[in-house]
Design a protein around this ligand. Structure first.
Ligand code: FES
Ligand SMILES: [Fe+2]
Length: 464
C-alpha cells in the first residue's frame, strides 16, 4: 500500500505523540478480513453484551449475538448473572431462536428446553432432562451434557462477555484507566431512556468511527457551529481512548469546556449556554443532556446578572440543575474536578463501545458485524439517564430505519456520511486514511489495537 508515500512502522514509543499515520482499507472492505475477525478479534476480547437492567428478575435472559456465536446472558439469582453459548449439547440446535429482524432474543425462563429433542437445561446451564437417557448406556455425564459457559462480568451497569479462558485478564484490568475514570459517572445508576437499532450498510468500523471524533462536527453538523466551536483533542488510554473539546490555537473565543455540558459561544454566556444545550439536546434525539439541565439553562438569564462571567454561568447552571434534580430525588455523583477534566467528552472502549458521558446521562453507541458481510453492520444507539427511583421508563429495542424522523437531525447527518465513507473507500482513487493526529487519535488507536489482534494492517507513520 501507499507506494507514493514514505511510511514507517508505528511502535509503542509513538503512542500519543500525535504522529501522522495512514492505514489501508482492508479492515473495512475485505470479506477475508471480516472472516478473520471471527477468529482473531471477537472471541478474544471483552465486549459489552448488554445492560443489567435488561434482566432485572431471576430467569430473565437475552441473547448477545456476535458473528457466528449466540450467547445467552441470564440472571440465575438476584445477584448472579451467567452466560452460556446458545447451543444445545445434543446435536447442536441453537437453543433459543433469534428471528431475523430482531435485536437478539429475550424472555424469562425457569429452564431452557431444546425444541429439537427436548433436552432441558436449568438456569445454571446444567442438563436436567434427556429423553431416553439409558440409550447412551451410562456414557453421558454432566460435563458433556451441560451448556458451555462464557465468562461474564459487569461494570457500570453494563454486562460484558469474554470467550477466552479464565486465565485471560479480568474485565477490571481490561478497562484499566478508562474504567477507573468512568466509574465516577455511576452508569449503573442510570437507565435506558430510549434505544434504537438498525442494519446499516457499512462495515461496523466505518459505523462506530463516525462517532469517535468531533472533528466532523463543523462540516457535518454545521448548524451547531452557530452555538459553539467544535475543536477537539483526543488521547489514548491503553486499549481505550477519549476525546474532549479543545481550543483552537488561533481561536479568540472564551474557553468553552471539554465536555458536552459547556458554555456556548456568544456575547452573553447566559443565553449562549442555554441555546447550545437546547440545540444539542433536541437535535441529538433528546440525549446527551437532560430536561433538568435544559430547564436550568433556560433560567440562567433570569437568575444571573448580565455581567456574569463564563465561570459563574457554568457554576450556577450546574448548581441549580443539581438542586432541581435533588428536589425530585435524583442525586448527582460527586465527581472530582480533576476526574471531570480527564473524562472529557466521550470514550471508545475497544473494540466497539462508544460512550459520551455526563453527570446524569450517557449516550452510547455500539456496532457489530452483520453475518459475514463486511458491507453491513448491526448499529445501536441508546440514551441513559439517572431517574428518580420508580420513574424509569420501560423501554425496548426499537428497530428504526436511519432517517431524521426516527433518529433526529444530528444522527441522521451522521448516517448520511457513513454509507458514503464505506462506498468511497472502495474507490481505486483512495490511497488510505489520513486521520487527524490531534483530533482523531481514538480512531488511530482503534486501528493499532485491531492490527495487533489481526496480525496485519498496522497504521504506518507518514513521512513528509
Ligand atoms: S439438538 Fe437439542 S435436543 Fe437434540
Ligand atoms: Fe456526528
Amino acid at each position: 500500500m501507499n507506494e507514493q508515500r514514505k511510511v514507517e512502522a508505528v511502535t509503542a514509543k509513538h503512542l500519543d505523540d500525535e504522529v501522522a499515520v495512514t492505514y489501508g482499507t482492508e479492515a473495512f472492505l475485505s470479506a477475508d478480513y471480516a472472516r478473520a475477525e471471527k477468529e482473531r478479534l471477537w472471541p478474544k476480547v471483552w465486549q459489552m453484551a448488554g445492560r443489567m437492567e435488561d434482566i432485572p428478575h431471576v430467569g430473565d435472559y437475552f441473547t448477545y449475538d456476535i458473528c457466528d456465536d449466540s450467547i445467552i446472558i441470564v440472571r440465575t439469582a438476584p445477584d448472579t448473572i451467567k452466560a452460556f453459548y446458545n447451543v444445545c449439547a445434543h446435536r447442536g440446535r441453537q437453543l433459543i431462536d433469534v428471528p431475523a429482524g430482531q435485536n437478539g432474543a429475550r424472555g424469562n425462563a425457569v429452564n431452557f428446553t431444546c425444541a429439537f429433542h427436548g433436552w432441558r437445561y436449568d438456569l445454571d446451564g446444567k442438563n436436567s432432562f434427556i429423553l431416553d437417557r439409558d440409550d447412551w448406556h451410562g456414557a453421558l455425564n454432566a460435563d458433556c451434557t451441560s451448556l458451555t459457559p462464557v465468562r461474564v462480568d459487569t461494570w457500570g451497569g453494563f454486562i460484558y462477555i469474554d470467550q477466552r479462558a479464565e486465565e485471560a485478564e479480568s474485565l477490571t484490568d481490561y478497562l484499566g484507566d478508562a474504567g477507573r475514570i468512568l466509574a465516577h459517572f455511576e452508569f449503573d445508576k442510570m437507565r435506558y431512556k430510549w434505544r434504537q437499532w438498525c442494519i446499516y450498510p457499512a462495515n461496523w468500523k466505518t459505523a462506530i468511527e463516525a462517532f469517535m471524533e468531533p472533528y466532523h462536527t463543523t462540516a457535518t453538523h454545521w448548524q451547531l457551529t452557530k452555538y459553539a466551536e467544535f475543536y477537539a483533542y483526543s488521547k489514548q488510554y491503553g486499549m481505550h481512548s477519549v476525546s474532549g473539546f479543545d481550543q483552537r490555537k488561533s481561536s479568540e473565543a472564551t474557553a468553552q469546556g471539554g465536555s458536552v455540558s459547556r458554555v456556548g459561544k456568544g456575547k452573553d454566556p447566559r443565553v449562549s449556554t442555554y441555546e447550545l444545550a437546547r440545540e444539542n439536546y433536541t437535535t441529538i434525539n433528546y440525549s446527551a443532556s437532560t430536561d433538568t439541565l435544559i430547564n436550568a439553562a433556560a433560567r440562567l438569564k433570569d437568575e444571573l446578572p448580565e455581567t456574569a462571567s463564563v465561570a459563574e454561568v457554568m457554576a450556577h447552571w450546574m448548581a441549580s440543575a443539581k438542586a432541581d434534580d435533588a428536589a425530585r430525588g435524583v442525586a448527582w455523583p460527586d465527581i472530582p474536578t480533576a476526574v471531570m477534566a480527564e473524562a472529557g467528552l466521550a470514550w471508545t472502549l475497544f473494540p466497539n463501545q462508544n460512550i459520551l458521558q455526563g453527570v446524569t446521562f450517557a449516550l452510547g453507541y455500539r456496532a457489530r458485524p452483520y453475518g459475514d458481510d463486511p458491507d453491513k453492520c448491526i448499529f445501536e444507539t441508546y440514551a441513559l439517564e439517572r431517574y428518580p427511583e420508580g420513574d424509569e421508563p420501560a423501554t425496548a429495542w426499537v428497530h428504526a430505519e436511519p432517517t431524521e424522523a426516527n433518529w433526529g437531525l444530528v444522527l441522521s447527518q451522521d448516517f448520511a456520511n457513513m454509507k458514503w465513507v464505506h462506498k468511497g473507500m472502495k474507490s481505486r482513487g483512495f490511497r488510505g486514511a489520513l486521520p487527524n493526529p490531534h483530533q482523531e487519535q481514538k480512531i488511530i488507536n482503534a486501528h493499532r489495537n485491531l492490527a495487533r489482534f489481526m496480525g496485519r494492517g498496522a497504521p504506518e507513520i507518514l513521512k513528509p
